[in-house]
Design a protein around this ligand. Structure first.
Ligand code: HEM
Length: 420
């Protein structure tokens, strides 16, 4: 939250982002939902590293071209923010942080105050693969077990699944995504029995056969521009739009959480907590990542030249060897990503989530030592053992005090002083 204060002394990064985002939301109130979804799709694929922003080139398809992310928008808002920040504070503010701040500010406009803290200091990744989207983002037709499992691989818990699904209190979807629920749920021309029959009829009137895939639907009926707890009221009346929404009532524990979240004050507080946790998924900091100058182009020198040229749709001057250099580089990164890098990211993700939890709850995470590792090998006390660092002892190496303001918020030293 203070990460950019000293690095961009001429401007306030957070104010700049807020001013631009609020002006966009004033011009188009649907933008709040777009920016919130953009952040979610960024974080669930390769962590919150701005990888969704990278444009595809030639035969390299990136995240934004993959089916589940094809309807994601808001990239032009991120571009405008980036342009403004590069003009006054070049190559300092990461695209990943801009996405996280923009999502918070877009939702917050309605309340004219910050709805959750955004930790800053994320760096940008330079890999974006369309093939990684489908496996990482839950489908609208997923059952509860699948959705929970997918959230758990991101270090999130059942409470986060239910709470973050409440993001569907704003925004729209399309008839194509619910037509099966309305017309042919089990293949015999029936509707999903878990959907309220009156609501199903209303939806059929909006989405008549033959279903027009481009017809839009509010996800939270009559309240899709207002960020409130009405999604949970509708859900509890069996008016959740997707199978994945309705599935929250299929599990006793999540159904109970969905009951409690009908209270606005509970929903807002829990949503803030879960957004902080989502914003910490597989975050890369310091020299693990880079800061892009243009959020659509990776920093990698050769790749950047390639991408720039690709934008002009002229590949003619690239020698075959140069193309090879680029593609072998991509393959190298892909291989890395699927083995060592994945392990490293997994360990970081767990550690950072713990740091955040402990930062918020004022406690120091327990350190791994022979005694507690012995205890955990015999009796697995779930909360305690899960909170141990993945490998011993990961005490943070702190920079000298005068450099602490350059430390990302995700640093344990900073996290201990942050409260939500
Ligand atoms: C269980 C996991 C989730 C599933 C299956 C899911 C699925 C979907 C689908 C299918 C759409 C409509 C896309 C379209 O018709 O173009 C959508 C929209 C949206 N989702 Fe989710 N989502 C999930 C979780 C989340 C989370 C965690 C967030 C944010 C924290 C979120 C925020 C949104 C928003 C704001 C929209 C509306 C976008 C707009 O108006 O353009 N979703 N989601």
């Amino acid at each position: 939250m203070k990460y950019y204060e000293k690095q961009c002394e001429s401007i306030s990064v957070e104010n700049t982002v807020r001013e631009i985002v609020w002006s966009k939301v004033v011009a188009n109130s649907a933008m709040a939902a777009k920016l919130l979804r953009l952040h979610y799709h960024d974080c669930f694929v390769r962590g919150c590293d701005g990888s969704i922003l990278l444009d595809p080139v030639q035969n390299v398809t990136t995240e934004k071209t993959a089916g589940p992310s094809r309807s994601v928008t808001g990239y032009d808002v991120i571009d405008d923010i980036k342009t403004a920040l590069e003009a006054s504070c070049p190559r300092i503010v990461s695209c990943a942080d801009i996405v996280a701040l923009a999502a918070r500010d877009a939702v917050s406009y309605q309340f004219q105050k910050e709805m959750w803290p955004v930790f800053t200091g994320r760096k940008d990744g330079n890999i974006s693969l369309a093939t990684e989207v489908g496996v990482n983002l839950p489908s609208a037709n997923a059952n509860f077990t699948t959705v929970l499992a997918q959230f758990e691989t991101k270090g999130l818990e059942i409470d986060d699944v239910v709470t973050l699904s409440g993001a569907h209190t704003i925004g729209i979807s399309h008839c194509s995504l619910v037509s099966r629920r309305l017309y042919n749920f089990t293949g015999v021309g029936d509707a999903d029995p878990s959907l309220d029959p009156t609501y199903a009829q209303t939806l059929r009137e909006i989405c008549p056969i033959p279903v027009n895939a481009t017809t839009v639907l509010e996800m939270d009926p009559n309240s899709s521009l207002s960020f409130d707890s009405q999604y949970f009221e509708a859900l509890n009346q069996h008016k959740g739009l997707f199978v994945s929404d309705a599935a929250l009532l299929a599990n006793a524990q999540s159904a109970q959480i969905a009951q409690v979240l009908q209270k606005p004050e509970v929903f807002f507080a829990r949503f803030a907590r879960s957004m902080v946790r989502m914003g910490a998924i597989e975050v890369v900091t310091d020299d693990q990542g880079q800061v892009r100058e243009n959020c659509r182009l990776p920093v990698h020198k050769e790749a950047q030249r390639f991408y720039k040229q690709a934008n002009g749709r002229d590949f003619s001057w690239f020698s075959p060897s140069f193309k090879f250099l680029f593609s072998s580089d991509t393959q190298f990164h892909t291989i890395q990503a699927s083995a060592a890098e994945r392990n490293r990211r997994q360990r970081y993700r767990q550690l950072r989530l713990r740091q955040i939890q402990y930062g918020i709850s004022k406690h120091r995470p327990p350190q791994l030592n022979s005694l507690n590792s012995l205890i955990c090998s015999i009796v697995r006390l779930r909360r305690y053992c899960n909170s141990l660092p993945p490998s011993s002892p990961s005490a943070p190496v702190l920079p000298p005090p005068f450099l602490l303001h350059l430390v990302p918020d995700f640093h344990p030293k900073n996290l201990r002083s942050i409260r939500i």
